[in-house]
Design a protein around this ligand. Structure first.
Ligand SMILES: Cc1cc2nc3c(=O)[nH]c(=O)nc-3n(C[C@H](O)[C@H](O)[C@H](O)COP(=O)(O)O)c2cc1C
Length: 130
């Protein structure tokens, strides 16, 4: 199992862009045995992708050239023992203000977070589904 987490800045963020993106993502991910979570707010996307390494990398190769976002930056990647979102082709979640303020995001808070801090955000989201 392989896991990749990246952040990016939405370009043209609105409800219809987001729902279209989630519909396409879920359909593709289901076919490709990929699961994960996408945190989304007007100023930030933070996505976790997990599945077979080859599939995650080829999905990410498409994602990183998508013009619906900019400044795609890999925060974490590598082998993982299990899935954090086994039941989700792509769980969407708004970025709550307790995570980062808009100001903190603008100052690069996410890029400055440790691997553990990033993983803990997704752990909280995964736990909230139960
Ligand atoms: C923030 C963001 C997240 C995305 N997440 C996924 C994803 O999880 N899976 C996926 O297949 N495509 C995702 N996409 C869409 C891809 O960039 C690309 O449009 C899609 O994979 C192309 O699919 P196609 O080869 O079927 O045309 C995402 C795009 C953006 C902007």
């Amino acid at each position: 199992m392989y896991r990749l987490i990246y952040s990016s800045r939405p370009f043209g963020f609105d409800a219809s862009t987001l729902s279209g993106l989630l519909i396409d993502s879920r359909e593709n991910n289901q076919k490709n045995n990929i699961t994960g979570s996408l945190l989304c707010r007007a100023d930030i996307y933070l996505q976790l992708l997990e599945g077979p390494e080859k599939n995650v990398i080829s999905a990410f190769d498409k994602i990183k050239i998508d013009d619906r976002h900019l400044e795609v930056e890999v925060l974490l990647k590598g082998e993982s023992n299990d899935r954090m979102f086994p039941d989700w082709a792509m769980k969407d979640d708004p970025v709550e203000s307790w995570m980062w303020s808009h100001q903190e995001v603008a100052k690069g808070a996410i890029q400055k977070s440790s691997d553990e801090e990033i993983i803990n955000i997704f752990k909280k989201i995964a736990a909230a589904e139960k």
